[in-house]
Design a protein around this ligand. Structure first.
Ligand SMILES: CC(C)(COP(=O)(O)OP(=O)(O)OC[C@H]1O[C@@H](n2cnc3c(N)ncnc32)[C@H](O)[C@@H]1OP(=O)(O)O)[C@@H](O)C(=O)NCCC(=O)NCCS
Length: 176
């Protein structure tokens, strides 16, 4: 089973369909927290929706197109992070992530994203690693800034979440 130990407390586990029930439970518990930023929340209505997502991601992992991991903190599932797209021809990876609200504020995601940057370089030889987040998502922008990602631009009306259009800040970690 693929996993990476980020440190003594944090383990990343390759996301698999059998995680569906616990992933849905975590998602359902964090709906109100995640809804402003993640457009797929309201379409995730039951464990089967989580299972479909996990099956698709596992298939894409097998093709080298994505890497989705479950974040465990002291053995407890607390979030999801990974490369939602990997372009091996151009050595570009795009990171996405979310945490259980009760586990924010402790540096968990900063440590996870640093490890995923390392994994992207080691396993996929990525040259350019991107984080795109709403210009209003201060906590997500802070993760990128804390890890030395450079702000390379803003995309207008990049994503519609619910009824709200968001501009995206593009942060890049380059090694080209
Ligand atoms: C984005 C998100 C993952 C950020 O979570 P977070 O808890 O702020 O990030 P971290 O886990 O890295 O924790 C950072 C906080 O812990 C603190 N911290 C404590 N120990 C730390 C350590 N060892 N290293 C880094 N930060 C540490 C930091 O000071 C920071 O607190 P502050 O914001 O009060 O200054 C979370 O807000 C979330 O899931 N949001 C909803 C979904 C979402 O927006 N996803 C991103 C879409 S682009």
């Amino acid at each position: 089973m693929f996993h990476r130990d980020v440190d003594e407390q944090i383990r990343l586990q390759l996301a698999m369909p059998f995680h569906a029930d616990q992933l849905f439970e975590l998602t359902d518990r964090n709906r109100d927290f995640l809804r402003p930023w993640l457009g797929w929340i309201d379409a995730t209505r039951g464990p089967d929706d989580s299972r479909t997502f996990l099956s698709i991601q596992l298939d894409r992992f097998g093709k080298g197109q994505a890497l989705t991991t479950m974040i465990y903190f002291d053995g407890l599932l607390v979030g999801v992070a990974g490369y939602h797209s990997i372009d091996q021809a151009n050595r570009v990876g795009c990171l996405g992530y979310w945490l259980d609200q009760g586990h924010t504020g402790n540096g968990i995601m900063t440590r996870v994203v640093q490890d995923l940057v390392n994994a992207g370089r080691e396993c996929y030889s990525l040259g350019r690693i991107e984080i795109r987040c709403s210009t209003e998502n201060e906590r997500s922008r802070s993760v990128a800034q804390r890890l030395g990602f450079m702000h390379r631009g803003t995309c207008r009306h990049a994503e519609k979440v619910g009824d709200v259009w968001h501009d995206h800040d593009v942060y890049v970690h380059e090694n080209v």
